[in-house]
Write a protein that binds this ligand. Structure first.
Ligand SMILES: [Fe+2]
Length: 145
């Protein structure tokens, strides 16, 4: 068992769940002149990410890793910092963009680790997650111009 590899996967999972929650937070709490558009953009993002969570968790179980599944565990592991304030809409876009770029990077790194371990089904999944975050980043970046 490769401890570093397994920790990286648990960190990726906790970070993805934290990203999902932040996008949902922003969907609920966004305000401003672009309310309708941003409310929908954040919904599109959190829905896509949430749709990947169960499959991700079950990939971990297939490697005999216990899936982190509590806010305590997530806060110990996540690379996506919690947001306890209600930022203004532009700051929400900037923050979620930075987090989405971070997620794409996390999936780039964990993809390489999964390939090195011969876990090709998992590496396909991680490649798809990297791609999904690149698209989320594109939409967030485009909304800031
Ligand atoms: Fe909603």
């Amino acid at each position: 068992m490769d401890e570093k590899y397994h920790l990286a996967l648990k960190t990726a999972f906790a970070s993805e769940f934290s990203f999902y929650l932040k996008a949902h937070n922003f969907h609920w709490n966004v305000e401003g002149p672009l309310f309708g558009q941003l409310h929908e953009l954040f919904e599109r993002i959190y829905t896509e990410v949430y749709g990947s969570i169960d499959t991700f968790a079950e990939h971990l179980r297939a490697l005999q890793i216990y899936t982190p599944a509590s806010y305590g565990k997530f806060s110990m592991l996540t690379a996506v910092p919690d947001e306890n304030r209600v930022p203004e809409w532009k700051e929400m876009l900037e923050e979620l963009l930075a987090d989405s770029d971070r997620m794409a990077d996390i999936f780039r790194i964990t993809f390489d680790m999964a390939e090195a371990n011969g876990d090709h089904g998992l590496s396909n999944f991680l490649a798809d997650r990297q791609d999904a975050h690149k698209k989320h980043s594109w939409m967030l970046r485009a909304s800031l111009k």
